[in-house]
Design a protein around this ligand. Structure first.
Ligand code: PLP
Length: 428
């Protein structure tokens, strides 16, 4: 079998380039293409109603990735001082940052205010108190969105943040807290509502149903409290394939569906200039990334074949490796020249495992991949979101993967995260 096939979604020229890159920088290596990021941003933008689109840095905080999306017109949704620093360094103005997250510390809120951030998502009465205290401490004012845990609009999503008991936001039924939060406190002033139901909702009709539910829920909350929101952050849930070939789905009917429910629920929104906001990580970044990995060993045990790769859950899908999510089922694409003619096809099914000394280091429990042989380079496509920083980078102290940035045919940068322990002197 040659390294490429039409079904794999990687053409011969791309495959040869990736293979050459793997030889040059070594594996495991992530390759991000800025040109793909630009087109992903334009595609999602085009599918949405008139609105603002925030890039969620948790998906991929690589400075070049963030800078490209900011230059394309994205604003930044951040949940830590580290993400905030990256967004600002990438050219995002502080007034284009939304600071969110269920466990903000007083120190990080103060840091954000000192750096000029003015918009926060507050997740509870305590979180809002912290923001008000930080405003007083830093002599600043802030605006905030009240994050609401709205009822489920569909059964979709690979990971739900709302529509059930959740650490995120305030339950839509908790009218006492919501009424309280929709009134200002100190120098912190509510300007809108925020929902984020689930990530990666594959069915476009279910995604639209989630947005419709969210809009109806926040309209009811605002109406009851006599609050006129100037910002409606409807979150996201936009789908993208993870670690397998395939295009990011387009959402041709989403714009009309969301516009219709907004027009019904907030009929004055155009006259009032209400801002509508969406957030996305994976739909913007996933397709821009490819992980290159090398097969280290291929061996039989019992009734199956194990292929050991140099990239495991320390590099990709580490959260799944801990058993907290469904196991990923990575679908690799073989790269490079014809395999040595001396090799024999291995028997299917093949379990793809990483190099870590734990049975949890599984990338694909059972795939058809009889073409694998030691030394072969594989490309794992659609890995631009939730790659290295969502993995167990420090586990077993292996060198973090290289990260290569391309812009189409042009090599822009090659780098690598460094993990090291720095000692601080805390006492005399
Ligand atoms: C509040 C919030 N915004 C945005 C995102 C990004 O989600 P995705 O990468 O699926 O677009 C998440 C995901 O956890 C989230 O919780």
């Amino acid at each position: 079998m040659t390294g490429f096939s039409m079904e794999s979604g990687i053409d011969g020229a791309t495959s040869r380039r990736l293979d050459a890159l793997a030889q040059r920088v070594g594996t495991p290596a992530y390759v991000y293409d800025l040109a793909v990021l630009r087109s992903s941003f334009a595609a999602l933008r085009g599918d949405l109603p008139d609105s603002e689109l925030f890039y969620s840095l948790k998906a991929n905080p690589h400075p070049r990735v963030v800078a490209e999306l900011i230059a394309s017109g994205a604003q930044a949704e951040v949940s830590s001082t580290g993400e905030l620093d990256t967004a600002l360094a990438a050219g995002c103005p502080a007034e284009h940052v939304l600071y969110s997250g269920p466990g903000k510390t007083r120190e990080e809120v103060e840091q954000a205010l000192r750096r000029g951030v003015r918009l926060f998502s507050v997740e509870s009465v305590t979180d809002r108190q912290r923001l008000a205290d930080a405003c007083a401490e830093t002599d600043s004012t802030a605006e905030y969105l009240v994050r609401v845990n709205s009822p489920r609009g569909s059964t979709g999503g690979s990971l739900r943040m709302g529509g059930r008991a959740s650490a995120f936001g305030v339950d839509h039924t908790d009218t006492q807290s919501l009424d309280q939060l929709l009134r200002p406190l100190g120098r912190a002033r509510p300007v809108g509502l925020h929902t984020f139901s689930a990530t990666n909702i594959a069915d476009p009709a279910e995604l639209a149903a989630e947005f419709e539910q969210s809009v109806r829920t926040v309209a009811a909350i605002a109406g009851r409290a006599g609050f006129t929101p100037s910002v409606l952050d409807l979150g996201g849930g936009f789908p993208a394939p993870f670690a397998r070939p395939g295009p990011v789905p387009r959402l041709p009917r989403l714009r009309a569906a969301v516009d219709a429910v907004l027009d019904t629920a907030f009929p004055d929104r155009h006259r009032l200039g209400t801002r509508v906001v969406f957030e996305s990580g994976r739909a913007l970044a996933a397709s821009a990334g490819t992980l290159l990995t090398t097969v280290l060993d291929v061996k039989r045990s019992g009734d199956r074949t194990f292929a050991v790769l140099d990239a495991g859950v320390n590099v990709l899908g580490g959260m799944s490796g801990l058993g907290r999510l469904r196991p990923p089922s990575v679908v690799p694409i073989p790269l490079g020249a014809e395999a040595p003619s001396s090799r024999r096809d291995v028997d299917n099914p093949v379990t793809l495992v990483g190099p870590l000394c734990t049975p949890l280091d599984v990338l694909a429990p059972s795939i058809d991949a009889s073409y694998l042989y030691p030394g072969q380079v594989l490309a794992i496509p659609n890995t631009g979101a939730y790659g290295p920083t969502a993995s167990l980078l420090g586990f077993l102290s292996r060198t973090p993967p290289a990260e290569v940035v391309l812009d189409g045919d042009r090599l822009v940068a090659v780098g690598r995260t460094e993990l090291r322990t720095q000692e601080e002197i805390l006492c005399d």
